[in-house]
Write a protein that binds this ligand. Structure first.
Ligand code: FAD
Length: 517
């Protein structure tokens, strides 16, 4: 039996077995030659002291053989002729629901408005280079959903470790690095995600499921308060008495459809703000207390940060921070701009970006009250459209240097940032309602006190970061997970208000599938 130990070591020891083995041997009073293998079970960075340390949980094998066990996928069944369940949306919620259905012996029919991962790349290029937004294929829509061209951070606030580990194991089974099972803050990276997503699709098809791209659902067919199937934009209808609705937080047409059909939905508070970009070297120097010029060294990863402050009774916090990452144009319709961030697996870009957002309350949506349950969505849309207008009606975004923003001063110039479509200098107070601007001005000042060096004119704010979570909740029965009114309709994932991020969306997809039996 291996011996498990919790140790704290310098980064260079954690990264190199020839240093780690003698360190462990000394600790365990054995000879290095007795250690046949060291398996890292968990790894995290402890940057609280001046000298950064790595926390490791290790299993040390003494004089015994070590057999690496491959991560095996569950047994998927052949479902070509099984009962069909429609899944709308091929994001993490939809894909993990489909795989779970196949495990259960049911046939998923996945309907996705966007294109497959490969084809989707062209549309991302068109947004970045030509400012053209395809309403069905963009950073939020297409195979893999909003998670495909993301940072692929795989951490969640979910306390259910078993559920999280199962999703991580499946990701590894479909091609992610086993390291994600070890890291305290695992991530996959934009360059690796598409292959993993394709492997999931191949598995669904191999076992008799269907995945239809370029298939936007335009109606949900309901009779006597029970779902009967869906209609698609190409005029066809597909029948099934169970429909998992996993269309994500940007599917405004779906929210409008439900509202029009008087299928109950509710406005939901979310958070909104800006995406801040700093030089990664600056964040490293703040987080690791290292010299800006000599840098963090070769054994530490680009530093992340997480910060939260209460300002005027509202939380202002960092969201989806991407070390060594890039800011992406995430609009889903022409006439709006939206930001978010991604990073490659190595996180080797020179900039660090993070959403910095303020929590909203339902009462903030009052000016849009005539839209009923869609008031929050209209609030969000109005800010995205205003930003588009102020920045010149392309995919350029309004931008301002951070100190200038706190001082209500238009920046004289904006240096080139990682946001490829470009920026326009705008006083960002013009983009947001006054109360939000006020909170952000005070909040950034507070952030500067908590993280010395953070409040700087070398940091550029891009507006807006507005798709943090769904502005609508689609209520469901907590037991059956069916919509409160409509039998057989399963509101699922982030768009319905039951997830926030890749892992929790995947968990919710599986939960809904389990209820379809
Ligand atoms: P989505 O992923 O939004 O998927 C919904 C799918 O439904 C889409 O593919 C869409 O095309 C499809 N659809 C919508 N309407 C229709 C229709 N009418 N008919 C058919 N199909 C439809 N989360 C993390 O945990 N870690 C990260 O690092 C991270 N980084 C991100 C970076 C970016 C750039 C973005 C945009 C998001 C990021 N997120 C991240 C958020 C994460 O991607 C989402 O939380 C997650 O994808 C939600 O999963 P979902 O399946 O519920 O919805």
């Amino acid at each position: 039996m291996p011996r498990e130990l919790l140790i704290q070591v310098p980064p260079e020891v954690a990264a190199q077995q020839p240093l780690l083995i003698p360190h462990l041997a000394k600790l365990m009073h054995v000879s290095p030659a007795d250690i046949t293998h060291v398996a890292i079970l968990k790894r995290s960075v402890d940057a609280r002291q001046k000298a950064v340390k790595i926390n490791l949980k290790v299993a040390v094998y003494l004089n015994e053989a070590y057999n690496e066990s491959a991560v095996l996928l569950p047994e998927y069944r052949e479902v070509s002729n099984s009962r069909e369940v429609i899944i709308i949306g091929a994001g993490p919620a939809g894909l993990f629901a489909a795989l779970q259905l196949i495990e259960l012996g049911l046939k998923p029919i996945v309907l996705e408005r966007g294109k497959d991962v490969q084809e989707r790349r062209r549309d991302l290029k068109a947004i970045n280079r030509d400012h053209i937004v395809n309403e069905d294929s963009n950073y939020c829509y297409g195979e893999g959903g909003a998670g495909t061209y993301s940072d692929g951070k795989l951490y969640t606030r979910s306390k259910k470790r078993g559920d999280v580990d199962r999703i991580l194991r499946l990701f590894v089974g479909f091609g992610a690095s086993p390291e994600i099972m070890v890291e305290a803050h695992p991530h996959i990276g934009t360059n690796k995600l598409p292959k993993i997503i394709k492997a999931m699709r191949d598995k669904i098809i191999e076992h008799g499921g269907e995945v239809l791209f370029n298939t936007r659902v335009t109606d949900i067919l309901v009779k006597s308060n029970a779902v009967e199937g869906v209609a698609t934009q190409n005029g066809s209808t597909i029948k099934a008495d169970k429909v998992i609705l996993a269309t994500g937080h940007s599917a405004r047409d779906i929210f409008e459809l439900l509202d029009r059909k008087k299928i109950h939905i509710e406005a939901k508070p979310f958070a909104l703000g800006v995406r801040a970009e700093h030089p990664q070297k600056l964040i490293d120097s703040i987080q690791y207390s290292c010299d800006f010029n000599s840098g963090r060294g070769e054994f530490l990863p680009p530093a992340p940060y997480a910060i939260v402050k209460q300002v005027n009774g509202r939380g202002m916090y960092s969201f989806c921070m991407c070390p060594g990452g890039v800011i992406a144009p995430c609009a889903t319709s022409p006439g709006e701009v939206v930001t978010n961030g991604w990073s490659p697996s190595k996180r080797d870009q020179e900039t660090a970006n993070s959403g910095i957002v303020v929590e909203l309350k339902l009462e903030d949506f009052k000016p849009f009250a005539k839209h009923g349950a869609l008031a929050g969505m209209e609030f969000q849309k109005a800010i995205e459209q205003k930003a588009w207008h102020l920045a010149g009606e392309t995919q350029r975004v309004p931008a301002q240097r951070m100190v200038d923003f706190t001082q209500n001063k238009l920046s004289a110039d904006i240096p080139k940032t990682s946001y490829v479509p470009g920026t326009t200098p705008v006083e960002l107070g013009q983009v947001f309602p006054g109360f939000l601007t006020q909170v952000m001005r005070e909040g950034f000042t507070e952030f500067g006190k908590a993280m010395r060096g953070y409040l700087t004119n070398d940091a550029i704010l891009h507006a807006p970061e507005s798709r943090t979570s769904s502005p609508v909740r689609i209520p469901r029965n907590p037991e059956t997970l069916e919509h409160v009114q409509i039998k057989g309709l399963y509101p699922c994932g982030e768009g319905a208000g039951y997830a926030g991020g890749i892992i929790s969306a995947a968990i919710d997809g599986e939960k809904c599938a389990l209820k379809c039996v």
